[in-house]
Design a protein around this ligand. Sequence first.
Ligand code: HEM
Length: 306
Amino acid sequence: MDEELLKKIKEKYEAQGEDPNVYLKGLLHQKPVNYWEYIDVETLLSLQRTKTGYHDETVFIVYHQITELVLKLMIHELKVLTGEETPSHDVMVDKLSRLNRYTSMLINSFAVMTRGMSYDDYNEFRMSLAPASGFQSAQFRLIELYCTDMKNLIHDSVKKDVPQDAGTRELFDYLYWQQAGYDRKTGKKSLMLRQFEDKYLDEFVELAERMKTRNLDVRSAHYNPDNPEDKKVINALRVFDRAYNIDWPIVHLETANTYLAKKGAKKRATGSSDWQKYLHPAYQRRKFFPKVWSSAELENWAKDRL
Ligand code: HEM
């Protein structure tokens, strides 16, 4: 028996005013760890509850769940990057590399959707899912708020309409994503958008407030492109911005085109947006870190993908 280890265990519990013998006895009775309980495999595999009998609906649910897990990994790192403590240069590079790996996973696996379902089955079972849409992914919106200022999420054409004194909650009505569910002529929001805001808007407002002084875009301002070490961070931010806001949206849009625009007609999406326009990054122009791009790069955002 390692005496030093026993001494450390004794010290640990005594420092908490606890009797170390109780904890050592607990160890004696503890069952060995196994994979299925630790990973909670049974719970995980019980979460694919289809709404129809179509075989490919399982592919659709599982792939959305995989995406939500990857988004969770991204938020896990973004919390460190935007924490109260400013991250060191090394932490910035390491965490940004992780974000870039996770985004590559999303881009490289999207063929599971694009090519992995029967066109006819999809166009049947999707009717049972209205008005739900991937648009209602809260983690997707949280990532935006961790990454950038709200002003960067407002389309240029809408900026003139934003009142000077708009508070955080009011600003949400001008964000680019309102376009997918808001009819400016009637002033009405779609059911899909209303459901989403009823459920999550309070959480979004709270995060946007907290991130005002420390979102990733604010933190990126500390890096100087003329310094070779800082350049690593700036390059990683550029890779991330392009992958998350151009390459991933493009594979997603290709999928929507495959299922909703094949065979001639442009079908109405379950979330009912003018999706071919809305989803294209050259139209949407969402970007997180404008400071790391030249004005020509900003002007031509995603135009090469039109
Ligand atoms: C067959 C597969 C898919 C199709 C046809 C599709 C279609 C669409 C459409 C048409 C929209 C626009 C909103 C609407 O009118 O509903 C949308 C938005 C969105 N979808 Fe999908 N989608 C698919 C798969 C996915 C997957 C696997 C995810 C991963 C979670 C996802 C995440 C999103 C997100 C985050 C948005 C909002 C994008 C934004 O606001 O820029 N979609 N999707």
